[in-house]
Design a protein. Sequence first.
Length: 259
Amino acid sequence: MLRRFSSQVPIVNSQSKASFKPRRGGFTFKQFFVAHDRCAMKVGTDGVLLGAWAPVKAVRRALDIGCGSGLIALMLAQRTADEVQIDAVELDAAAAAQAHDNADASPWPQRICVHQQDIEPFSRQQSAAYDLIVSNPPYFAPAVACRDRARDAARYTETLTHDVLLDCAERLLQPDGTLCVVLPYEIGEAFAADAQQRGWHLAQRVNVSDRADTARHRILLALTRTPQACVESDLAIKQADGDYSPPFRRLIADFYLFY
């Protein structure tokens, strides 16, 4: 586990694009900055979607599995009450250290605890369960390795298979808790089918496309261990003219600058 010292940064509140000067090496949100220059996988739309969408009502303890830069954990901290505690687990040492630094520099340093650890032993060491588990997991099957081992680990399921993710979620989640993931569309469909065969129930799914007239390319899934009707919806990120769509703007309005 990485220990932190308390610190805070001012909320970013810029009204003018012309006067705004972005910081290098990361991504500036309204209330926090995410540095990602030491992370294999950078801040991207997948993580933003999951962090903004995951249901947080009645959540008291949350867990981000494979947290990378800590983006989703930070978004959950912004969206939840002060008493909510968030654990973030990351195997890669450099990414975990950066997630720790990002949490320490955020407005919520006492609420986010980063653990540099494999999720399997972590899941066996916990005595208290979580109300919400989120993950933007690897999704490529093991293949020809690239030169960057950290990027391989972030992209390929060799280090965090979907079976391992479900096993750990079963151990760590409250009986009425929720597991939320974001995945490429076809892989997400297979993940949902596998989860349902293991006794999970699909509570929500959002089919994500770049535009309304393009193919679905991502899927957001919310799974529970208790039976319930699934709420399904579609989300187009952009309009035909290339601007962000109104539904996407509403989703990210509390996070993206100038929206």
